[in-house]
Design a protein around this ligand. Structure first.
Ligand SMILES: NC(=O)c1ccc[n+]([C@@H]2O[C@H](COP(=O)([O-])OP(=O)(O)OC[C@H]3O[C@@H](n4cnc5c(N)ncnc54)[C@H](OP(=O)(O)O)[C@@H]3O)[C@@H](O)[C@H]2O)c1
Length: 330
């Protein structure tokens, strides 16, 4: 038996249970690894609360968790190039998400197809790799889609969050100017430490009163509903907005007049991440990390048995940085 976080109905963090589960036999091409750490993402909160419903026919019981790092304990038939004892990281590719096909990562052991993992090299610390993880891969893809040039300006919303804070560092590593938004004056120091060139508190004044329309080359939007229309308004002619999240709600409103100019709206979802892309993106991020161009995001470890507290902290926006669940000591 192994320990896992599980829920059997949508609702508040209290629907999460800490249970014993049986591990299934390994199928061909599958590996099993003992989890070292598995982050809690905003997506886990959105799925548990029911604001994003699991698509599978029989969604419950559901083990949440979209990513994890760990050490391989078992390899199924057909697995080559990777062995017991290797450190690996995996994310998305139907793991624990809205597809409801593969049990998620908030458990002691994760079982996945070998093509869904990236092997860590000896110089990659597992906690650094997983703290970069899904949020950094999303930020990298979102920022890259903006097609910006050196010294151009990017507006990043929800910049203190997991995706936003990674995006600030990645944008600086790519030599862009960064305007970062937050709703909380207590997070301004953190955004300064990440290297943001300008910080806007959207609770004090809306973006439209702090940035003239048509001044920004690109926008990476993680907030959605609350700031979307203002973000579109800030774009220059030819500017691009990439939507990667909707922390404030997904139901956006936009005046058609805002689109009667040359702006480009696009987006990125890590649901489309393949094993090859995971390995390429993580390789890039770990290289920047190794050369000091980006640092490990701030993170805190909590035992799996405290998943409720982790969900509460993220849901209340009281937390900066990432929360990594780690198996409880046996
Ligand atoms: N496209 C993808 O593949 C992908 C991957 C990962 C995540 N996501 C999505 O991206 C979004 C952000 O994820 P995350 O991991 O960065 O979440 P997070 O760590 O919880 O951060 C979200 C940030 O947004 C701000 N925020 C939250 N609620 C807000 C509200 N009502 N109004 C304005 N700002 C608000 C908060 O910053 P302040 O307190 O500083 O204002 C918070 O720190 C989520 O919707 C998530 O599902 C998408």
């Amino acid at each position: 038996l192994a320990k896992a976080v599980q829920f059997s109905e949508y609702g508040s963090p209290a629907v999460l249970n800490f249970v014993d589960i049986e591990l299934p036999p390994l199928k061909r091409d599958e590996i099993r690894f003992r989890v070292i750490a598995a982050p809690v993402n905003r997506g886990d909160i959105e799925i548990r609360s029911g604001s994003r419903k699991i698509k599978g026919k029989e969604p419950f019981p559901c083990i949440p968790g979209l990513e994890a790092v760990g050490q391989i304990t078992e390899c199924g038939a057909g697995v080559h190039g990777i062995k017991v004892g290797d450190y690996v990281i995996t994310m998305m590719q139907k793991l624990g998400g809205i597809h409801g096909e593969i049990p998620g990562s908030h458990q002691e052991f994760v079982t996945v197809n070998v093509y869904a993992v990236a092997k860590l090299l000896d110089n990659h610390a597992p906690l650094d790799a997983v703290a970069l993880g899904l949020t950094s891969v999303t930020a990298l893809n979102g920022i890259t889609r903006l097609g910006l040039h050196k010294n151009e300006t990017v507006l990043i919303t929800g910049a203190s969050g997991g995706v936003g804070s990674a995006a600030v560092q990645i944008a600086k590593a790519m030599n862009f100017k960064v305007i970062a938004t937050t709703t909380s004056s207590s997070k301004i120091g953190y955004l300064n430490s990440l290297g943001a060139d300008r910080i806007i508190n959207t609770e004090e004044q809306p973006i439209s009163e702090q940035i003239e329309s048509g001044k920004v080359d690109g926008v990476l939007d993680t907030v959605g509903k609350k700031t979307f229309a203002d973000c579109v308004r800030t774009l220059k002619k030819g500017g691009k907005l990439c939507s990667v999240g909707a922390s404030s709600g997904a139901n956006i409103e936009l005046l058609a007049w805002e689109l009667m100019r040359e702006v480009i709206l696009t987006g990125y979802s890590s649901e489309d991440l393949s094993g090859d892309k995971l390995r390429a993106d993580l390789g890039q991020l770990l290289e920047w990390h190794g050369s000091g161009r980006i640092t490990t995001p701030k993170y805190e470890c909590m035992p799996l048995s405290e998943a409720i507290r982790a969900h509460e902290l993220i849901e209340s926006n009281a937390h900066t940085g990432r929360i990594l669940l780690t198996p409880d000591a046996r």
